[in-house]
Design a protein around this ligand. Structure first.
Ligand code: HEM
Length: 392
């Protein structure tokens, strides 16, 4: 792909983008800070920190009704809602408020022993062989287990979750038949879960969504499905990617690894730096009225990609933005977004990420990449390592 292609033909599902995102953002920031693609229905791609912040905060002009950019059309036009992320105020405010208690500091603290136990069990399973895949054998299992626990779903269905999330995030946006088939399976599965809770309520998020009220009325089944789907999509690949990218960095930077072993108190600051430098989540907005933004004539209905990870590598916002500085002190990163949709699960994600990295550092001797060429990165709007061979 040539330089020109990124400016006119940006494609967040291309293999080239998956492998070279950092260089592509840098090139766009320097040469074309708000690009427009000929693909994805004329999608706009701002890459500067200040532009991304302005768009994320302007909910009157930039709607959240279709937060994933698909080739075949706007998510909302297919009736797919995943509130609160796919909604605008005032509905967004009400739905977000409903979920807040599930992310309280006390609830998250209570989940920490489960994460630590699982991390240790996973390490037990590969410690003898002195090799593991950081993405497949370790990082992915932690968020799956936690989301299953929050939703009250059996652990053994975790693999099914992983397949759905992969299909929804990496395949469905460019293949409508994958989108339709997987949504159908997902709805069937959760319809069954809803029926089970109606017969026998449990202390979990599905039961809560069935029994709660929004603006003095019960949620519709569509809203319950949408809330569950969002938690799966928002909670699994995101955290899996953040854990994997942190392991990738440590495995290829032995000095940082040693420093965190020597100075464990530095870990929370290092985790923020990993979140900044390897932020996994890119979101999207839809232009809700014709507007000219920084000289760009945006039309009602145009998709706008919001690559928060690119904002985090903008040299105007961060000194030496492309360097990973594990004791960086000023770090107002956008890994969790900015504005009214800022991540509801950020404290949960931080706890999972910190516990996962801390446990590895405590249990393993120095670890390193086995074959850096074989590392692969996911496609689409959530970016993280999917093959990550590590030896120690
Ligand atoms: C490292 C892991 C994570 C990252 C990087 C991340 C990133 C983000 C970002 C960038 C947004 C903003 C969306 C926007 O502006 O449109 C967001 C929203 C959200 N996230 Fe996360 N997330 C992570 C983990 C989680 C987890 C574990 C959960 C819950 C289980 C979660 C639940 C949510 C929800 C519900 C929203 C929607 C909030 C709203 O619309 O008001 N996230 N996340």
């Amino acid at each position: 792909m040539t330089e020109l292609d990124y400016k006119n033909n940006f494609d967040h599902f291309s293999e080239v983008y998956a492998q070279n995102a950092f260089e592509i953002w840098k090139d766009l920031q320097n040469n074309c800070p708000i690009a427009q693609s000929e693909k994805f229905r004329g999608m706009w791609i701002p890459t500067k920190y200040s532009d991304i912040e302005q768009i994320a905060r302007d909910t009157d002009t930039f709607s959240s009704r279709s937060p994933v950019v698909a080739e075949f059309g706007a998510m909302a036009d297919f009736g797919l809602q995943v509130p609160p992320i796919s909604s605008d105020p005032p509905y967004h405010t009400s739905f977000r408020r409903l979920l807040l208690p599930f992310f309280s500091p006390a609830r998250i603290e209570a989940l920490k022993p489960t994460v630590a136990l699982l991390a240790n069990e996973l390490i037990d399973s590969f410690i003898e062989q002195k090799f593991f895949d950081g993405a497949m054998d370790y990082a992915q299992h932690i968020p799956i287990k936690i989301i299953a626990q929050m939703l009250g779903i059996p652990d053994e269905d975790g693999d099914q979750f992983r397949i759905w999330v992969h299909n929804f995030l990496e395949l469905a946006p460019t293949d409508i038949s994958v989108a339709a088939t997987n949504l159908l399976h997902f709805f069937e599965y959760f319809q069954n879960q809803i029926n089970l809770r109606k017969a026998q309520p449990k202390d979990d998020l599905v039961t809560f969504l069935i029994n709660t009220k929004i603006d003095e009325r019960p949620l519709t089944d569509q809203e319950i499905f949408g809330g569950c789907l969002l938690l799966l999509v928002a909670g699994i690949d995101t955290t899996w990617s953040a854990i994997g990218a942190s392991i990738w960095h440590l495995a290829s930077h032995p000095k940082d690894q040693q420093r965190l072993r020597d100075e464990p108190n530095l870990l929370p600051i290092a985790i923020e730096e990993f979140l900044r430098a390897f932020a996994p989540v890119t979101m999207a907005r839809e232009v809700s009225k014709d507007t000219v933004f920084k000289g760009c004539p945006m039309k009602k209905g145009d998709p706008v990609l919001l690559p928060f990870p690119a904002a985090n590598r903008d040299n105007e916002a961060f000194e030496n933005a492309d360097d990973v500085i594990i004791d960086r002190d000023k770090n107002r990163h956008f890994a969790f977004g900015v504005g009214i949709h800022r991540c509801l699960g950020s404290n949960l994600a931080r706890m999972e990420l910190t516990t996962a990295v801390e446990t590895l550092l405590v249990r393993l001797p120095e670890f390193r990449l086995k074959d850096s060429e074989s590392v692969t990165w996911s496609l689409g709007q959530v970016r993280g390592p999917r093959v990550l061979p590590i030896e120690f």
